[in-house]
Design a binder for this molecule. Structure first.
Ligand SMILES: [Zn+2]
Length: 137
């Protein structure tokens, strides 16, 4: 089992919990909070934001990435995702791809549920082969 002993996850859990309370998920009723730890120690939280046109739903993870990038952060150390799923739910494929744009394969990801269970992964384990784009010219 993967262990991330050095990182204090409590501030990320608090941030994700606060974000989850703000989740807008009237269709799925699957509230999600995410907290992204920037390399400089700042934490950026995100909640899922659904839409009546389901395809427009924004996941909590991408919401957190957008908040961080908007604040000028592009390098990250860890991500925590909080749901009520058991086992704790991982990011969807779209979010995994988005995370690979800014995060190294060794990004620590902790999946937590409201009962307190958690699972730890590295981004590279969840998404080993991201899309690679090399512009011509
Ligand atoms: Zn997602």
């Amino acid at each position: 089992m993967l262990r991330f002993a050095a990182l204090d996850w409590d501030p990320l859990l608090r941030a994700a919990r606060g974000a989850r309370e703000a989740a807008y998920a009237p269709y799925s009723r699957f509230d999600v909070g995410a907290a992204l730890l920037a390399e400089d120690g700042e934490i950026f939280a995100g909640a899922n934001v659904e839409n009546r046109s389901f395809g427009l739903a924004l996941c909590a993870e991408r919401s957190a990435v957008a908040a961080a990038v908007t604040a000028g952060r592009r390098r990250f150390r860890a991500l925590l995702v909080l749901t009520d799923a058991d086992p704790p739910a991982p990011p969807c494929g779209l979010c995994r791809e988005t995370l690979t744009e800014f995060c190294p394969p060794d990004l620590e990801i902790r999946l937590v549920n409201v009962a307190g269970r958690h699972r730890d992964f590295r981004l590279g384990d969840l998404f080993p082969e991201p899309f690679r784009f090399a512009p011509r010219g």
